[in-house]
Design a protein around this ligand. Structure first.
Ligand SMILES: *[C@@H]1O[C@H](CO)[C@@H](O)[C@H](O)[C@H]1NC(C)=O
Ligand SMILES: *[C@@H]1O[C@H](CO)[C@@H](O)[C@H](O)[C@H]1NC(C)=O
Length: 443
């Protein structure tokens, strides 16, 4: 990933937003036990798995999603060298076959099982398939950090009515999860959807594309088809596919957020990069490679996230992005005792932002005209084996301070970039504050 500087031309503010690029690969690695399913792939599955892993290492794609990574998983990992990889959830019939291999670390990872499966035309209920969620740290720095919510999935296969219903249910489940756990965040969803637009009774991916709650776009449509309208005419891919115009069931979807703009720059089927020495394929699916560039938000950016991934995700981004600029904080409102119970601000337009519980003692600091909240210190430590926010100190541009909780554990000071200020929060909360990041906007 090369680093480069890009400018925010629309605002004419000449703000240099750090930006970069990354690549994603979605690959069904055909790792069902050979006695159950050859996946129509010639050769020995152990040898093939080692070769797939060595290609993962050689091409060094930033984020790889594997599906059907069941019984040959250890062989893939034995030859791959990505620094961050999910531990397997097991072979058939225990695991979901979903794994991520990444050059970037993450701060949260979960496996979620589908609530519905169908054996109408294939054995989808044989093993607990589903989807995974991770909050990936694309870049972190002492001031401004970028996170990306990344979902891998393997939806129900087949085209019998019961399969279509199960698959629609699977996609609805992911969409509902995104609309709760990825509020305000940029999102990537890529994996084996077992779904094609051209099967018109197969509405699953169309619904994902058209749902306002997920707001996802498909780089295959944008780049290979130069449209936003899904096709209805069938165009199946050979394997390897010499063209990117044909449609496969392996899909990549993305959305930007006010914190991070994602731009897909290329879309390719890369089966020809995953061949055995004799030219045979390594998977019955064409692996999909999409290259992206990203740029940090023009009007909103965020600090690093501190604390643990417990409680419920919240983000002030949707509210803040809907307000009329310029924004500023009229008062900082905290509650705390041995830890931080709640955090909040009242903005100068009267908007109240608040997260956490009702315990502890309330403290508040009213800001004067032309005074901004420019620095925040956060401490994280453990309570009952879980990491939470124990202390928060706010400092304004006039050097005035307010704090809540008790200073302990690991403490970090975040200063808004020059000309910026803290106006809100994102993180996870319950009766206290489990995880926290600051939202910055321009002064
Ligand atoms: C893979 O790419 C990353 C980011 O571009 C780079 O930092 C890393 O050194 C590369 N790894 C290998 C093994 O070449
Ligand atoms: C996408 O990125 C990969 C890895 O950096 C690179 O090898 C490939 O050429 C890129 N594809 C295109 C079409 O630019």
């Amino acid at each position: 990933m090369k680093s480069l500087l890009s400018f925010a031309p629309l605002l004419g503010a000449a703000l240099a937003a750090p930006s970069g690029d990354f690549t994603v690969l979605s690959m069904n690695v055909a790792g069902l036990p050979a006695i159950l399913n050859s996946n129509d792939v010639p050769g020995d599955k152990t040898t093939n798995a080692k070769l797939i892993g060595s290609f993962f290492a050689q091409y060094n794609y930033s984020i790889i999603h594997a599906q059907e990574d069941f019984n040959y998983h250890a062989h893939i990992y034995s030859t791959d060298n990505h620094p961050h990889r999910t531990p397997t959830s097991g072979g058939v019939p225990f695991g979901s076959g979903l794994n991520t291999l990444s050059n970037h670390p993450w701060v949260d990872f979960r496996r979620i099982k589908w609530s519905r499966c169908s054996d109408a035309s294939s054995s989808d209920c044989l093993t607990p398939k589903g989807f995974t969620f991770m909050r990936l740290a694309l870049s972190t720095s002492p001031t401004v950090s970028s996170y990306l919510d990344v979902y891998n999935l393997h939806a129900d296969a087949g085209s019998q009515p019961d399969d279509l219903a199960a698959r629609q249910d699977n996609i609805n489940q992911v969409a509902a999860y995104i609309s709760t756990w990825s509020i305000g965040n940029p999102v990537l969803v890529f994996g084996d959807f077992n779904s094609r637009y051209s099967r018109t009774a197969d509405t699953a991916i169309r619904s994902l594309l058209s749902s306002p709650s997920t707001s996802l776009s498909d780089p295959w449509l944008l780049i290979a088809r130069k449209t936003t309208t899904p096709p209805t005419a069938e165009s199946l891919c050979s394997n390897p596919s010499p063209t990117n115009y044909c449609e496969t069931v392996d899909k990549v979807f993305f959305r930007s957020s006010p914190l991070l703009t994602l731009t897909p720059t290329s879309y390719e089927y890369v089966s020809d990069k995953f061949l055995q020495p004799n030219g045979d394929i390594l998977s019955d699916h064409n692996p999909v490679l999409v290259n992206f560039t990203y740029g940090q938000g023009v009007n909103f950016q965020q600090s690093n996230l501190q604390g643990g991934p417990h409680g419920t995700w919240f983000s002030d981004i949707p509210v803040l992005a809907g307000l009329k600029a310029p924004l500023s904080v009229a008062s900082i409102n905290l509650r705390g005792a041995s830890r931080v119970d709640s955090i909040g601000v009242t903005l100068s337009d009267g908007t109240v932002l608040r997260h956490g519980g009702t315990g502890g003692t309330a403290v508040s600091l009213a800001l004067g005209a032309g005074e901004f909240w420019v620095e925040g210190e956060m401490c994280q430590a453990q309570k009952d084996g879980r990491t939470r926010i124990f202390y928060l100190r706010a400092r304004t541009s006039s050097g005035r301070e307010v704090s809540a909780g008790k200073k302990s554990g690991e403490c970090v000071v975040y200063r808004a970039p020059g000309g910026w200020q803290i106006v809100g929060f994102l993180g996870q909360d319950g009766s206290e504050v489990d995880q926290l990041g600051f939202v910055y906007t321009r002064q």
